[in-house]
Each structure stands twice: as C-alpha cells, then as structure tokens.
Design a protein around this ligand. Structure first.
Ligand SMILES: Nc1ncnc2c1ncn2[C@@H]1O[C@H](COP(=O)(O)OP(=O)(O)OP(=O)(O)O)[C@@H](O)[C@H]1O
Ligand SMILES: [Mg+2]
Length: 180
C-alpha cells in the first residue's frame, strides 16, 4: 500500500470486524517535533493482553479464511521504516486503540494520501458505524463527525450517493486547506 490512508482504511476494517459502533481516526502532523501520529480507536470487542501482544505478527489472525493476517504487520513495517513505532492498546470488552508514529521528514515515510476517500469509503460500506475524524497540522484542524452530520440532517442517512459526494467534497476541500 502506497498511502497511509489505505492502511488506515484497512485498520478500520479490523474495528468493524470487532463489532465496533464508533471508530475515531486522529492524525496529527507536528512539523516542529518532526512527528506524524495516527491513532485509530474503536469500541469493539477488544483483545486479550496475549492477543494484543501478537496482533501485529503476520502469522497471527483470528480469520478462519486464511492463516495470515497482515493489516497490523504492514502498518508496523510502514511506521518502523520511517523511524516510528506501532503500539496496540486493547482489553476484552473495552475496545482497541492502535497508534502508529512516523518521523514526518523521513525519506521513507509514506504520504498520508486521500483521507477524504478513506473516510467516505468507511461510511459508504458500513452505514451503521459512527466515525469521528480529526486531522491536525501545525495548529490547523479538520474535524468531521458522522454523529454531528446525522444530527444536522435530522437523522437522515448519510449513505446515499448524494450524501457521500457531499462528504467527500467537504473533506477534500478541508484537507486541501490544511495542506496549504
Ligand atoms: N480493532 C481490533 N479489535 C479486535 N481485534 C483486533 C483488532 N485489530 C486486530 N485485531 C485482531 O488481530 C488480528 C490481526 O489483525 P490484522 O489486521 O493484522 O490481520 P487480519 O485482520 O486478521 O487479516 P487482514 O488484515 O490481512 O485481512 C485480527 O485477526 C484480530 O483477531
Ligand atoms: Mg485486518
């Protein structure tokens, strides 16, 4: 995967598989500290301490369809190639938080990519899940909360072609403003 946004979509799929109703995705780019951090947190079923310790091992999976699980292993590899780390915090019954860090200026750090596409895809494929997305960059911020938008729409579904296009357009515009 070329872009971190694709890793993030893949990690959010784990949250969906764990039965999460709420997923939060927080990106922070701090130029002064030369640090990019990505945190994906869910309220899914969580993992035991033992499972959490093994979850980023390529040969650990609870999938029954195949014997390898690569999502977390690949994110860890992406983080470590850019002088960063992957940290998994989880407990049975109380959800999971995945935190990856990267040296922002590292030559091998993958680009963030299109978070507008990632957030829109997540909403499009999992209508019932609430997503809180926050991206900060040197003091500027993009914040998007499906709960808030749903409320503004008077409870109407976000998950229509029109709704998704509005969300994608809004996020693209906000992400562009953040980058410049
Ligand atoms: N958010 C989460 N909540 C609960 N369990 C998780 C979560 N994320 C990962 N896991 C556990 O860790 C395992 C490994 O996750 P990983 O994403 O690396 O591989 P996978 O999802 O099994 O397969 P792949 O991502 O390659 O389709 C999962 O099978 C699951 O048991
Ligand atoms: Mg996975």
């Amino acid at each position: 995967m070329e872009d971190l946004s694709l890793h993030i979509l893949d990690i959010a799929e784990n949250s969906i598989s764990a039965g999460a109703h709420n997923i939060s995705i927080v990106l922070n780019e701090d130029g002064a500290a030369d640090l990019l951090s990505i945190e994906i947190a869910d309220d899914g079923e969580g993992m035991s301490e033992e499972s959490a310790g093994k979850a980023a091992d390529p040969f650990y999976t609870t999938r029954t369809t195949r014997r390898i699980g690569l999502g977390l292993a690949l994110l860890r590899e992406a983080a470590e190639s850019a002088n960063g780390t992957l940290d998994i915090r989880s407990a049975r019954g109380s959800g999971t938080t995945i935190r990856a860090t990267f040296q922002l200026s590292h030559i091998d750090r993958k680009p963030v990519g299109s978070m507008a596409e990632t957030v829109t895809a997540l909403i499009a494929t999992h209508a019932g899940v609430d997503v809180l997305y926050k991206h900060t960059r040197d003091g500027k911020a993009v914040v998007f909360d499906t709960k808030e938008v749903r409320h503004q729409l008077g409870g109407a579904s976000l998950n229509t072609v029109k709704g998704l296009n509005v969300i994608r357009g809004y996020l693209n515009q906000e992400e562009n403003a953040l980058a410049h």
